[in-house]
Design a protein around this ligand. Sequence first.
Ligand code: S3P
Length: 428
Amino acid sequence: MGGEFIKPIAKLGGQIRVPGDKSISHRAALFGGMAHGETHVTNFLLGQDCLSTLRCLKQLGVSWERKDTEVWIRGEGMESWQEPADVLDAGNSGTTFRLMLGALAGSPFTITMNGDESLRTRPMRRVTDPLKQMGAQIMGRQGDNLAPITMRGGQLEGQAFKTSVASAQIKSAIILAGIRAKGETSVEEPLLSRDHTERMLRGFGVDVQSRNTLVKVQGGGRLQGQGVSVPGDISSAAFFLVLGSLVRQGEIFLPNVGINPTRTGILDALMAMGADIEILDEAEICGEPRATLRVRPAQLRGTEISGDMIPRLIDEIPVLAVAASLAEGETLIKDAAELRVKETDRISTVVKGLQALGVKAEELPDGMRIQGQRTLLGGQASSLGDHRLAMAWAIAGLLSQEGVSVENMAAADVSYPDFLTVIKKVAG
Ligand code: S3P
């Protein structure tokens, strides 16, 4: 097996400015396209996922311009959206796919959405069912569950939904459709998922009410274009939080990282494991809190990660599993069956990847059990096209004794295009 060889490092230091938050970048682009007037986004993530959202908007007739990480969107309201001449391609992005469906459910024309090989296996009935109940006509493979999915939007009626999984994509799709529906739409989740949609919509002037796990929106709201400053992505910072905790020497500063409480499970989990992380210079901009994170090496202990912590760190589990492999004792991750329907089945792919690197790890139906060990020998691992796996295995390589060769490292482009350059820089 070829791949990108990531050699071990003993120390690192300095400052790493992680790219813009993926969830927030998607929403800034989409809401800008739904709004009236100009939306100016700074620190937009140039990952393939967010570029897919921008491309879909262009196909709907929304005009925007981008210069590096700055995007100007000239919104003329959702009424101005036109039936696209071709299939909307969400690439690898579940967020593009599900949020676009929600936003388009009230448009009186027909669209077909598709995605890459991974996205075409991911469950969509979780959004197509509620959108159909609100009045959209939807057809897709396997009982309207799998892409390609075709939808004819139209008059929507507000509804009250209770979801069985905590998912910001489901919640957001329903809220976005709710803005265009008659009457009130509400969503109640079993546990609170990330709330960027609620926060940003308020900034765009929409009356979104939320209390604990219940969100309500009134139909007929109008979005007004805004300035959006995107914080650094804590899901990208997570790789350096783990690296900085387990490297032998050095101190890293991560400025301007988003610390929205629905996303900070990684900080809580690592601190419970004994990590030395400090949160400095806290500020709130555009409704989203952010801070500089300082991380220093520490001896980590195994822990249990479960319950309402899971939605707060769901995307960080691959790299947390790497941390658990080098912690003292056992780590148990449960209540995380959602991992099975991410870009890959991350219970199976993470456990198999760790095993390939010589770690004792066991698959559970809703999580995994990992035995920590003193050292990680290294070896070969594949991203299987999953961006978070690519980066988790690269971190394992930096922390290993003999290095790790990561097959399809380029998958990292989905959320962190410069990752390898940064890694090469920190590795000297
Ligand atoms: C996201 C929500 C989460 C997360 C994904 C981004 C979002 O997915 O895993 O990477 O931007 O809303 P679910 O909503 O399916 O849990």
